[in-house]
Design a protein around this ligand. Sequence first.
Ligand SMILES: C[S@@+](CC[C@H](N)C(=O)[O-])C[C@H]1O[C@@H](n2cnc3c(N)ncnc32)[C@H](O)[C@@H]1O
Length: 258
Amino acid sequence: MKSNLVYCGDCIEIIIKNIDEKSIDLVFADPPYNLSGNGLRWEGNKTGGNWYMVNEEWDKMTNCEYLQFTEKWITACQYVLKDHGSIYISCTYHNIAEIMVVLKQLNFKINNIITWQKINAMPNMTKRVFTHSSEFIVWAVKGRKWIFNYAELKNINPEKQKDGSLKQMRDVWSLPLVQGNERLKNEDGKSLHPTQKPEEMLKRIIIASSNKNDIILDPFLGSGTTAVVAKKLGRNWLGIEKNIKYAKAAQKRINQNL
Ligand SMILES: C[S@@+](CC[C@H](N)C(=O)[O-])C[C@H]1O[C@@H](n2cnc3c(N)ncnc32)[C@H](O)[C@@H]1O
């Protein structure tokens, strides 16, 4: 099976057709959260600049369709994961319920629910609920022999003990939303992808649950973050992205990160 490829198309079809059973060491999946549709926007926001709620065609399903979609793609990932493999799924309060139900139905073991605390979260424009400033990453495993590179994680943990010595990595990660040079832009200067994930997040996940030359699958590649970080860390990767514009942008970003 070839690796280090961006496939353009539907991840369920591509996984079934092109990826061998039990061939993948680690899956990172950042699926549609199913929160688009209301077109909320806030232009001229003084604290964080213009704000647009994600509003993309790939992110609009009924609740029933979304549960079925979640079942299908997680089942496909389970088929290609090795027995010691891990799956990390990024989600928010919108879709964590469906993801947890499906993982439990498929007999995955849940190891952690990591909280991403967004230190530069946008203010809440409705002023009717607490400001949303977190997302989650569910880490689940197939069998009992999962990889966890504990010592390496301690080494890269920016948090230290009071005396400056190394500290265990906790399950709350305080990281900013992607901005500055890391953020991919269109020619008009707007963000190329609405949900580009921080490279630091992928670095922690890849170091935690894979080793050099392992193969990592991202079924919802988006702007290519997983592939770029996998390549930097000496891992092989496969990425799948349905939208041709994002697939091309991801390929370009990967080629530039030689
Ligand atoms: C939440 S975004 C992923 C963002 C990515 N983690 C990044 O850092 O850029 C989800 C992506 O999945 C893609 N997508 C949606 N449905 C898909 C499907 N069935 N198969 C493959 N890709 C899909 C969307 O086009 C979108 O780019």
